[in-house]
Design a protein around this ligand. Structure first.
Ligand code: HEM
Length: 298
């Protein structure tokens, strides 16, 4: 019998993450050659895709994609709020500070226990919110670079120069964060390698949940056990997923959590603020069932 699988990200969250990933890669690999055009070998490298002019055009197309992905994410969060199933699992809490401290202690002391993470750990939350403010900064400064004449109505020459400097440095920060930090933590570290498939499947196995999100798993198992004991009720229509599913209830603020179905995909709680290509899910102390399923960021 195969082990239970827990759905954490819904289709929209996965699509958001995939689209964002493409936009970010294109922006990084077309933007950085423009910033470091004077470095040896860069002109030759960017010549592979047709030179700086083509890189500039591709950069603007991907920039429009990033703007759309930000709007998409905001609309997604608003829709979840309207449906009253917007998760708060991506909101920073005191526990995240304690987890960060305990993780550092665990890294340096052999006998120290590893902290138990909930739906999103402090690293994932940091990445989500860094992506949020980073996107806002890149969009504002990028629009100034894109439309300098229009922008000159609001900013002077110094402002235009500042926009270019901020855009360039934030781009380096974004590239390092995404290509090193995110790729390592999400995919390449020893206990995940070669990849965390959640950005494609939206789900994790019970073993992965136990390892990475033990508190969320515990809550889901308790909710499933409680649901087993409760008298059967008709499942609500899950129009977002195209079919009725207990997951809709699992995502709701009052719903009961996904009941594991051995061998099958657990009722996916809908994504919440975890819209993060980030995901949702309740934090320790949240009532069972508040766990939604996803996260991310625009
Ligand atoms: C992850 C997001 C992004 C990254 C990593 C990135 C990176 C870069 C870099 C490194 C440069 C060169 C800056 C310099 O020459 O000092 C640049 C230029 C530029 N960026 Fe971005 N950028 C991003 C998002 C955006 C967005 C959202 C927009 C527009 C809304 C935008 C519009 C532009 C424009 C118009 C230029 C000038 C291009 C040219 O000279 O042809 N960028 N970007």
């Amino acid at each position: 019998m195969s082990e239970p699988v827990y759905q954490r990200w819904d289709v929209s969250q996965r699509r958001q993450h995939q689209f964002l990933m493409v936009c970010c890669f294109v922006l990084i690999f077309t933007g950085l050659p423009l910033r470091f055009a004077h470095q040896r070998g860069v002109a030759e490298a960017v010549g592979v895709i047709g030179g700086a002019t083509v890189a500039g055009v591709l950069h603007r197309i991907a920039a429009a994609g990033l703007i759309w992905s930000a709007i998409w994410h905001v609309l997604y969060l608003l829709r979840r709020r309207r449906r009253r199933n917007l998760s708060t699992s991506m909101v920073p809490r005191v526990k995240d500070l304690l987890d960060a401290r305990d993780t550092l202690v665990w890294l340096v002391r052999d006998e120290a226990p590893h902290p138990l993470y909930d739906r999103y750990n402090f690293i994932e939350k940091f990445e989500y919110w860094a992506m949020m403010w980073g996107t806002v900064i890149m969009i504002i400064t990028g629009l100034v670079l894109w439309f300098p004449v229009a922008a000159a109505r609001w900013v002077d020459g110094l402002g235009l120069q500042l926009a270019k400097v901020i855009h360039g440095y934030e781009a380096v920060l974004a590239a390092v964060s995404i290509l090193l930090w995110h790729m390592y933590h999400a995919h390449l570290r020893a206990d995940v390698f070669p990849m965390n498939w959640m950005w494609l499947t939206g789900s994790l196995t019970a073993t992965e949940m136990r390892h990475h999100h033990p508190l969320e798993l515990e809550r889901l198992e308790q909710a499933a056990a409680a649901a087993d004991e409760a008298p059967p009720t008709p499942a609500p229509e899950d129009t977002e997923h195209g079919s009725p599913s207990p997951q809709a209830e699992a995502d709701s603020p009052t719903g009961g959590g996904a009941a594991p179905a051995p061998g099958g995909v657990q009722p996916p709680p809908e994504p919440g603020l975890d819209a993060g290509p980030g995901g949702a899910g309740g934090q320790a102390g949240e009532p069972a069932g508040s766990t939604d399923s996803e996260g991310g960021h625009a």
